[in-house]
Design a protein around this ligand. Structure first.
Ligand code: ADP
Length: 397
């Protein structure tokens, strides 16, 4: 049996009783039932509604048309929380049963449900079209009084809120799945790459045994494997950052010695650019060595990537207000002020470099997170076409 809802009213207080009565009258009138039938139906609904409101403020009334051609009926379905003392022969229910031909009281899914029905005479020629028109009429009908207006608004707002809550939940779920996928995928990719890297390193170490042509291929293989390793590591880092599982193993160390070691390694890795290290006054810092190496690697890597071969890269350190400061400057392509404002965002890549320089836009996002997690700051200055300078600060020990 199909049932089309026409109107739904929550039963919370005496005011709703008036609404339930008036709305039941109006629906019955619109269908074309006689005044006597309208009154009987509306009184039955009001009797049940009164009893429900007396015991609980969590009831709901639904006026609906059920049936199929040619037998239709007008229904009132009242649902409320299970109330032990309310029985089918309660006074209010007793009168309602006298007024409508069909009355049922049952428990469904832990709720009490009262259904009342009134047959619609065939002479009224009820059909699907008329039912749809009736539904549309009550959808657009003006509220009966200020109370109903407020109630409608409240219902609308709570509907919107619950829809939004659902949407947020859904979005959260998708995001969690995405992070989980990135985390699993990057781990899976990392294993074969680590093995590849070990083999290419073996080949690099055996340069003397090979033809120079083969050696140049081996070197390219090794460089590309290193790039892949970095990319996969970045993916793993971003997924850790998203999950809040990034951890740091901080140890106390002399800052200048740390800087010298890492810049030495990077000077070999970026043979295309002369790298000049100017160490200022020394200090102790408490840092996660591997993570901080990653920061310097990223800044120097970007300086080399975004500047023409042969131009120098300067790395300066100094102490300012209880912070060790590192500045990495290049003579490269630089950035516009707009780009400068966006570079620390996740996955941000300048449009102009998209096609010319490889990358995923994760480097500076990860770098800034590591620096901030160490209690420091990161910032940059740049002149379009002239070069850029990136600074980080790390608290002194
Ligand atoms: P990626 O280098 O993979 O694009 P990053 O997060 O490291 O990702 O950098 C984000 C963007 O910042 C780059 O796409 C580039 O536009 C800009 N950028 C970073 N470093 C420099 C630099 N030294 N010179 C010019 N632009 C830079």
């Amino acid at each position: 049996m199909t049932m089309t809802d026409i109107i739904s009213i929550t039963l919370e207080n005496e005011m709703d009783l008036v609404l339930a009565h008036k709305r039941s009258m109006k629906v019955a009138e619109k269908i074309g039932l006689t005044v006597a039938t309208q009154t009987a139906f509306a009184t039955a609904v009001a009797e049940v509604a009164r009893t429900v409101i007396d015991h609980t403020n969590m009831g709901n009334l639904q006026l609906a048309i059920s049936g199929s051609h040619p037998r239709f009926s007008l229904n009132a379905v009242i649902v409320f929380g299970p109330i032990a003392e309310l029985k089918k022969d309660d006074e209010g229910f007793f009168y309602a049963q006298k007024l409508v031909p069909e009355f049922s009281f049952e428990t469904r899914d832990g709720s009490s449900v009262i259904e009342m029905a009134m047959g619609i005479p065939r002479s009224l020629r009820m059909d699907a079209l008329k039912i749809a028109a009736l539904k549309a009429f009550f959808l657009t009908e003006e509220p009966l009084n200020a109370y109903e207006e407020i109630k409608n608004r409240k219902n609308f707002l709570s509907k919107v809120t619950s829809e939004q809550e659902l949407e947020i939940k859904h979005e959260k779920f998708i995001n969690e799945k995405k992070s989980e996928f990135i985390s699993i995928a990057s781990h899976e990719i990392k294993t074969p790459i680590t093995i590849l890297k070990a083999y290419t390193q073996m080949l690099v170490k055996n340069h003397d045994n090979f033809d120079p042509k083969i050696n140049s291929i081996v070197d390219k293989l090794d460089q590309q494997t290193t790039k892949l390793t970095t990319l996969v590591q970045q993916l793993m880092d971003v997924s850790q950052m998203e999950n809040g599982t990034m951890t740091y193993n901080r140890e106390d160390m002399a800052f200048n010695a740390f800087m010298k070691d890492i810049v030495d390694v990077l000077t070999q890795a970026h043979a295309t650019h002369p790298i000049v290290l100017n160490l200022g006054a020394d200090t102790h810092v408490s840092i996660d060595k591997l993570r901080m190496e990653q920061v310097i690697t990223n800044l120097l890597g970007n300086a080399a990537k975004y500047s023409p071969p042969g131009t120098s890269i300067n790395v300066d350190t100094k102490i300012e207000n209880n912070f060790a400061i590192v500045s990495v400057s290049d003579e490269g392509i630089g950035m516009s002020p707009e780009t400068l404002g966006l570079i620390f965002e996740k996955f941000y890549r300048n449009k102009e470099v998209m096609t010319t320089h490889p990358g995923l836009g994760m480097g500076l996002y990860i770098t800034s997170k590591i620096v901030v997690d160490h209690g420091g700051k990161i910032w940059a200055e740049s002149t379009d076409g002239k070069g850029s300078i990136f600074h980080i600060s790390i608290p002194r020990k």
